[in-house]
Ligand binder design. Structure first.
Ligand SMILES: Nc1ncnc2c1ncn2[C@@H]1O[C@H](COP(=O)(O)OP(=O)(O)OP(=O)(O)O)[C@@H](O)[C@H]1O
Length: 475
């Protein structure tokens, strides 16, 4: 029997009556791999909001799920409501945040005087509070980077873009941590633990797709329960394969089998949803997440049973960038990414990371021995021993050895002079890191330097075939 074509998707927020009856859309402010983001005015009270139109089911599902759990965290972007209709893109109504940490770094560089130590500490404390909230709820963000750390006009930094987030346990689970109370009472952190007025959730979403075409206002709890109960299998069938990421931004290491060698061997790409869907069915995770420069070694080596620690590696890269105003590991391909890490930390061996031999791509790629790794110190010139020590606690091979966000919040670095400055002393850039309506998609420096192949611009290599697959040797 001939199959009827799938229903056409709207792709345009401007045609959605349920949205334009409540919001005046003022223009596009950004776009990402899966989304377009618009600035809008809520007609009922003139509040400026961001409308994030997400073109990918799974990404929307994850973002809504994670943001609902984290709704009361002052360092996570506020989700006011969302619109979910079958065969339409999801639209999230988020608090509008004009700038981000990438702009802070760029502006510090442009001014020439960098970012002051007290400012660096205040930004870091806010990031750590946001990440700690995620991790206490067993949410792994999986795409932490400066452009996903948005900043309000009054200097409050908020984690955003939860499209790749996963909840690793039951939602609502809060890790018992006796330190929590202590940290919430610590005057050092109090400035940003008081929820801003806007945090009051207003979850009047019309979530039609999730409620079988019934329309109406649903409570937070109800909508969350429904979104959790929605059959993931059905959802995966709905995924629009057209939107699979195939750019270098999320490209993964080629996991080799001998048959790959013939045609497209060295053209590494990853159909994110397909791999992810498969992994989800098996209860495993995909290694194809995050932006390469911030991606943890376990992901680069193809792990599918990683944990919250992948965010901690990203944090270390972000902190290093905040301190030096330059990316720590700006890899041009996944192989180049690993190569840069190895040149700093040395080769990946059982000695530095017991269990690394089990990583699925460990035997696939081998590197010549690096006799004299430079060490993190070399990447952090002009940084204090405390700053170097902080980065080292995060940027280390063994995920189990990385310090948690909570541990870092108690690091003496933050209680030493100069103390974190108050929010009002932070220099908040007037713009975001470059994107506007006229240059959609153009402000992610990270996306610009990607290549189709993981092996472009890379030195000599040799391919060895065996019955089990192939391995690549780089020199
Ligand atoms: N709440 C917000 N307020 C203002 N601008 C926002 C907001 N959320 C997102 N943006 C803008 O839209 C851009 C794209 O948003 P976002 O990163 O969330 O989308 P994405 O499709 O998940 O992106 P990526 O490709 O980085 O994963 C951001 O870089 C930012 O410029």
């Amino acid at each position: 029997m001939e199959q009827s074509p799938p229903p056409a998707k709207s792709w345009s927020i401007h045609t959605r009556s349920e949205i334009i009856s409540k919001y005046e859309i003022q223009g596009r402010v950004g776009s990402g791999a899966y989304s377009d983001v618009y600035k809008a005015r809520r007609l009922s009270d003139n509040l400026t909001v961001a409308l994030k139109e997400i073109h990918d089911y799974q990404s929307a599902y994850r973002e809504i799920e994670a943001l609902q759990v984290l709704q009361n965290c002052p360092n996570v972007v506020v989700l006011h409501e969302y619109f979910w209709r079958e065969d339409e893109d999801a639209v999230l109504v988020l608090e509008f945040l004009r700038t981000d940490l990438d702009a802070v770094i760029k502006e510090g560089k442009k001014r020439g005087d960098g970012v002051g130590v007290g400012e660096v500490k205040r930004w870091m404390v806010q990031i750590l509070c946001g990440v700690d909230a995620c991790h206490r709820n067993m949410i792994v963000h999986r795409d932490l980077k400066p452009t996903n750390l948005l900043i309000s006009d009054d200097g409050v930094l908020k984690l955003a873009d939860f499209g790749q987030a996963r909840i690793l346990m039951e939602p609502g689970f809060v890790a018992p941590d006796e330190n929590t109370q202590q940290y919430e009472q610590n005057p050092l952190f109090q400035e940003h633990t008081a929820p801003p007025a806007e945090v009051v959730p207003e979850m009047d979403s019309s979530s039609e797709g999730l409620r079988n075409k019934r329309q109406g206002i649903v409570s937070r709890e109800e909508s969350f329960r429904e979104i959790c109960e929605y059959n993931i299998q059905d959802s995966l069938d709905d995924i629009d394969k057209e939107t699979s990421i195939q750019d270098g931004d999320t490209s993964c290491l080629a996991t080799g089998t001998a048959s790959d060698i013939g045609d497209d061997t060295l053209k590494s790409y990853c159909s994110y949803e397909v791999e992810d869907a498969e992994n989800e069915r098996r209860g495993a995770l995909t290694s194809c997440v995050g932006t390469r420069w911030f991606r943890a070694p376990e992901l680069l080596y193809g792990s599918t049973d990683y944990g919250l620690e992948v965010d901690l590696w990203s944090l270390g890269c972000i902190f290093a960038e905040l301190l030096t105003l330059a990316p720590l590991f700006p890899g041009t391909s996944d192989i180049d990414q690993i190569s840069r890490i190895i040149s700093v930390l040395g080769n990946l061996t059982e000695e530095v990371w017991p269990g690394c031999l089990k990583l699925s791509d460990y035997g696939t790629i081998s590197f010549a021995k690096v006799e004299n790794p430079t060490g993190i110190e070399a990447c952090l010139p002009n940084c204090s021993p405390d700053e170097i020590s902080l980065v080292k606690k995060l940027v280390c091979y063994d995920p189990a050895a990385r310090a948690t966000a909570m541990e870092l919040l108690h690091d003496e670095y933050f209680s030493k002079q100069p103390l974190p400055v108050p929010l009002s002393d932070l220099r908040v850039p007037l713009t975001n890191s470059g994107q506007d309506e006229d240059s959609p998609g153009g402000w992610h420096g990270y996306n610009d330097m990607e290549s189709d192949s993981d092996f472009d611009d890379f030195g000599p290599m040799s391919v060895h075939t065996s019955s089990g697959g192939f391995s690549l040797q780089f020199s």
